[in-house]
Design a protein around this ligand. Sequence first.
Ligand code: F6P
Length: 333
Amino acid sequence: MSNQVKRIGVLTSGGDAPGMNAAVRAVVRTALNRGVECIGIRRGWSGLINSDFVPLHSSSVSHIINKGGTILFTARCPEFMDREGRAKAIATCRLLGLDGIVAIGGDGTFRGALELSRQVAESGQKLSVVGVPATIDNDIGCSNYTIGFDTASNTAIECIDKLRDTMQSHERCSVVEVMGRHAGFLALYVGISVGATAVLIPERELDFDRDVIEKIRQARLGGTTHFMIVVAEGVGSAVDIGKRIHDEIGLDPRVTVLGHIQRGGAPTARDRETASRMGYEAVRVLLEGKGNRIIGTQEGRIVDMDMEEALAMVKHLEMYRYEVLEALTASGK
Ligand code: F6P
C-alpha cells in the first residue's frame, strides 16, 4: 500500500501549541525517509481552500524542533465548515496530487477533518486524513495527552511563581486566570503545582463560599497571609471573582489574566518527544493505507483510532486530582 502514497500535505490549525513545529518536522522527515513528498499547507484548512502551500524539504524543517508557534501559520476557518469551502479544499488536493493529509490541531481541526473525510468519500476521490492532537487545553477525548499542554503548564507555573513572590511580600490575594477553553486540565495541573489556595474549574459546580471564601479563611487560620486563586477561563472572568472576594471578605485582590503567553515559548522535552512520535506515527498510519484516523496517547503509548469513534470519546478530568489539591492546601485544621 505504501507505494500508492506519493505525496502528502501537512497543516496546523486552530490555536497554536508549543510542539506543533516538532510535529511538522517529524511528519516531513518521516515522509521523506519513506520516499514520500511533503507539501506544507499554510494557515490551516484555509490554506487548502486557497491553494496556499509550500513544498517542504528536509532543510525546511531544520532548527524548528525547539521553536514555539508554527512555521506553517495557523488559522480558524469558518469557511471550511461549509460544503462549498470543503469542495474547494478537495479540488486543491486533487490539483496538488495529495494522497493524504496530516492535520495537527485540536477539536475544531478534527471536526473539520471528519467532515472533509466524509465529503471526500462521497466524491469518490482517494484522500486519507490523519489527525495529530495539539492544544494547550488537553481537551481531546481520545488522547490522554495533547502536544503543548506540558509547555503551557510550565509557562503558567513560572508566571504564577513570580506573582507569588510579590503577593507574599505585600500579603495580598492573587486571582489568576488560565486558559483551557471549556476544560479545567490546565488550571488544575497548574494549581496543584503552584500550591494554590483554591482552583476553580468548569468540571465542578462553583459554591463560592465553600470553594473560595472558606479556602482563604482556612489558609489564613493556618497562618498564611497571601492567597493564590487559580481560575480556569471556562469558569468565568477572574476580574469578577476578584470583585466578589473583595465584596465578601474585604481583601483587595490583584487579578492577572495570563492569556496568550501560555501558548508561546520553546516546547518542553515532553512536548518535543511526544510530537516527534506522534508525527512519525501519523505518516506510518497513512503509509499503511489506514485513512481517517486520529493519533493519541493511551497509557503512554501512541495509538491510532478511527476518526469518528475518536471524536465521540469523552475525557473526564480525574476529580481525584482536585482531592489532592484540597488535601495539600494549607488549612487551620
Ligand atoms: O484552544 C486553545 C486556546 O488557547 C484556548 O485555551 C483559548 O480559549 C482559545 O484558544 C483562545 O483563542 P484565540 O487565540 O482565538 O484567542
